[in-house]
Design a protein around this ligand. Structure first.
Ligand SMILES: C[S@@+](CC[C@H](N)C(=O)[O-])C[C@H]1O[C@@H](n2cnc3c(N)ncnc32)[C@H](O)[C@@H]1O
Length: 353
């Protein structure tokens, strides 16, 4: 019974997170799931064997993502009527009845899907990358060789193909006809829009890369986006379209190994970029990566410079709460600056410089 109590508790906690992060539909469904686990209903049967999963396994999100996958595949039409991602209208009472039926009738389909950890690729975080790169090329007008670690599907390796506008509507940047539209992407200071950004290579790596150009990769990416967050959902859909047009590689490789291959190249900015992945690294790997970047930086020259650009939750001062800081460090010299702050899903990036 202790296991069931733990599962009920983690499901309620996840419901609160969903509420706080703007998914009232998932918050309502998870509250019903928690009650249903307690009562030994279909949710308890589908999650049998997962009662002692650690919180880090995000079992409630695995369940939601697995059911969303069935919706997106057209295998749960009654529930689709309540999922905005499938053209439906969110309404929690009706959604719960349909959700419960899916659990009751498709338990065997769901069991293997629960083994997959949730994985997302947040397109909104490109707002920090694109603005950061503009700062960089203003500093030295060179083409950019972009290297990303923890890329997931590598959607943001195409950040220069997305369209961004300031929260006050006064400025915009990027191809006006881009399908990826990020209105309100930037607040605060205006990034140097006059700087000429030319990305000449795009390579990423991840321990579990997703191929956004495959049907399976597309389904996997979309199923973990919360269905009542339609803007996020559409951003991923449109970024997949862009990814099908603009090639980039995402290799299966851990970050510490990928960083060991970094080498400054004459006539280019070599840029190492990452977003919301640092917390998943072992502390030994974090230290090894930091040390390696410093030693590669020591070999950088004005003609072959290096930059480290990141959007990660960090403390600005030891006694402050972590916030999503956009940080840029460049070599030669190793000058480090905080360019601004972001948000969990990237938008807006509030520029300080
Ligand atoms: C929260 S996701 C962020 C993905 C992407 N950077 C974004 O902002 O949308 C974290 C990513 O880090 C990857 N990851 C976790 N540990 C890793 C490691 N040791 N080396 C490389 N990637 C890792 C995960 O597979 C996942 O794709």
């Amino acid at each position: 019974m202790a296991g069931v109590d733990h599962l009920v508790r983690t499901t309620r906690e996840q419901a609160d997170f969903c509420q706080a992060l703007g998914s009232p539909l998932y918050a309502a469904l998870l509250r019903r799931c928690a009650d249903d686990i307690d009562a030994g209903g279909p949710t308890a049967r589908v999650l049998a064997g997962h009662e002692d999963d650690p919180g880090s396994a995000a079992t409630p999100l695995r369940l939601l993502g697995s059911v969303h996958r069935l919706v997106l595949q057209g295998e749960a039409p009654a529930l689709a009527a309540y999922y905005p991602s499938a053209g439906g209208h969110a309404e929690s009472d009706g959604a719960w009845l349909a959700f419960r039926n899916v659990l009751d009738q498709q338990a065997e389909r769901l069991a293997p899907l629960l083994g997959q950890p949730p994985q997302t690729n947040e397109v909104g975080r490109a707002s920090a990358l694109a603005g950061g790169l503009l700062h960089l090329v203003r500093e030295r007008d060179l083409p950019v060789a972009l290297h990303e670690i923890g890329s997931s599907a590598g959607l943001n390796l195409r950040a220069d193909a997305f369209w961004y506008s300031a929260a006050d509507g006064t400025t915009a940047w990027g191809p006006p006809d881009s399908p990826v539209r990020l209105p309100g992407a930037w607040a605060g200071a205006t990034p140097p829009l006059e700087a000429a950004l030319r990305i000449v290579s795009r390579s990423g790596s991840d321990v579990a890369p997703i191929d956004p150009t495959s049907d399976e990769g597309r389904l996997r990416l979309l199923s973990y986006v919360w269905p009542d967050q339609i803007e996020r959902f559409e951003r991923v859909q449109h970024a997949i379209e862009v990814a099908r047009r603009i090639p980039a590689t995402v290799e299966a490789c851990d970050a510490a190994t990928a960083v060991r291959r970094l080498e400054p190249v004459r006539g280019q900015w070599t840029v190492l970029w990452h977003s919301v992945m640092w917390q998943y690294l072992a502390s030994d790997d974090q230290a090894a990566i930091t040390q390696h970047i410093e030693s590669v930086g020591a070999t950088a020259t004005a003609a072959a410079p290096l930059a480290h650009l990141s959007l990660e939750p960090r403390r600005r001062e030891p006694d402050e709460e972590p916030t999503f800081l956009v940080a840029l460090q460049t070599w030669p010299g190793g000058a480090q600056r905080i360019l601004g702050t972001g948000a969990a899903h990237g938008i807006p990036t509030t520029w300080e410089l």
